[in-house]
Design a protein around this ligand. Structure first.
Ligand SMILES: [Mn+2]
Length: 432
């Protein structure tokens, strides 16, 4: 067996390199340590199903023949694999941008690039492997995190080329800014201070909105993050910043919303920009901020019926399974349906549990395949009502670390909301 792993307290470069290595070594299992950074945890709670990642305890160490390590080559930074150190004939492959480490290999790629993922991206390019926009987004988050958005002195030209390649492969900058903690310097602090000093609130169609207008000198990075902080501090449902760049005769408009009813992406698209339900921006030629502000107010007021409910994005009909069905049969059904889990119901079709492929990892003996599924299902079922929003569903997924939530009306399952349904919504892939 081949496995890929990375260092404990994994950061985005570690996860990005792990996933990128699966593109280079498709027959290897990616193993992520259980100790990971908080912002990585938030990212994985939404994206986990896409990457089919294993935990160290899922791996039988005796079967490991090849160990690929990324973003480290120090034995003491690995988790649960220390016995491999003694193993004879273990093949080791190293991809790392740290010069120091005590793992030895003839097969190593060690260079001081800004991020480890840069080297793997180069290998992906050379081998002409395909990557998805979501992989590209993750790789870019890793690359930006380790290079401070390409500003750290350790950044090499090849890091920037790699970033260009990822943008070309449709890496999503709006998703990126949601998960990446970005630099917050004096310029940003001053702008935030002035915005708060002049903060006003409006009620528009029952929602609190703050629109802040301000002149800026030249380009300011990370205005989106400033606006995010502003929205949280003034505590409104949606906040907009209209930043007038007097020299360039342009207005940068940035919006952030925490309610589904105010869809920033929709509003920004109608003024020539873009974004997602929660975040977006537009660069306007109009330089009169008063006009821009009026435009936004009108758009919000006219936008009230576009909110998306779970019943619009959930998957249905839902295949359920009766609680006395044999485990072996459920395994077959899941395989045939190509899904990763399903709700378990009693004879009255009321939901009593959920079962997922991960539950089958508990199976040790063949005869357990004849046991009823109720012995292996999880009984703690989190459900949600159909009139709730995708954001509420995503919050539940993060809180309980689950990938699918049955949508329940009058105790019966009418649909299911999965990570990929939520992703479709957040990445704005829904048909109009
Ligand atoms: Mn790194």
């Amino acid at each position: 067996m081949k496995i890929i792993t990375t260092h404990q307290n994994s950061d985005f470069d570690a996860l990005a390199s792990l996933v990128a290595a699966t593109v280079i070594y498709p027959d290897a299992k990616p193993v992520l340590p259980t100790s990971i950074n908080a912002n990585l945890k938030a990212f994985l709670s939404i994206h986990k199903d896409l990457f089919n990642i294993y935990s160290p305890k899922d791996i039988n160490i005796d079967h490991v023949e090849t160990l690929i390590v990324v973003d480290t080559h120090s034995w003491n930074r690995l988790e649960g694999l220390s016995t491999l150190k003694e193993k004879k004939d273990l093949e080791i492959i190293i991809w790392d941008h740290h010069i120091h480490g005590d793992m030895e290999s003839d097969n190593k790629y060690i260079r001081e690039t800004g991020a480890t993922v840069t080297m793997l991206i180069q290998a992906i390019q050379e081998r002409r492997k395909l990557i998805t926009p979501i992989q590209a987004t993750l790789f870019l988050i890793g690359l930006y995190e380790d290079t401070g958005n390409l500003t750290f002195p350790s950044t090499l030209p090849e890091d920037a080329y790699a970033a260009g390649f990822l943008l070309d492969r449709k890496a999503d900058l709006n998703i990126l800014s949601t998960f990446l903690r970005q630099a917050y310097g004096k310029k940003q602090k001053d702008i935030l201070y002035h915005m708060i000093k002049k903060a006003t609130r409006k009620e528009i169609s029952g929602f609190s909105v703050s629109i802040s207008v301000m002149d800026i000198q030249g380009r300011v990075q990370n205005l989106a993050m400033v606006l995010q902080m502003y929205r949280e501090i003034v505590n409104v449902d949606a906040a907009f910043g209209i930043f007038r760049d007097v020299e360039r005769e342009k207005c940068m408009v940035i919006g952030r919303s925490s309610v589904d009813e105010i869809n920033i992406g929709l509003i920004m698209r109608s003024v020539g920009g873009g974004g997602h339900p929660g975040a977006g921006s537009a660069l306007l030629k109009a330089t009169n901020p008063v006009v821009v502000e009026e435009m936004i107010v009108e758009l919000i007021a006219g936008n009230q019926h576009s909110s998306v409910m779970l019943s619009d994005i959930m998957s249905y009909p839902v295949i359920t399974v009766e609680q006395d069905t044999k485990v072996g049969e459920v395994v077959m059904i899941l395989r045939d349906m190509g899904c990763t889990g399903m709700p378990v119901v009693d004879e009255d079709e009321h939901i009593v549990g959920v079962v997922s492929r991960r539950d089958f990892k508990k199976i040790r003996k063949a005869k357990q395949m004849d046991a009823p599924i109720k012995a292996f299902m999880s009984r703690k079922v989190i459900t949600i009502e159909p009139d709730k929003s995708a954001i509420e569903a995503a919050k539940l997924m993060i809180k309980h670390d689950i990938g699918r939530i049955p949508v329940v009306k009058d105790d019966k399952v009418i649909g299911i909301i999965t990570r990929s349904d939520a992703m479709m919504y957040f990445y704005d892939l829904l048909p109009d």
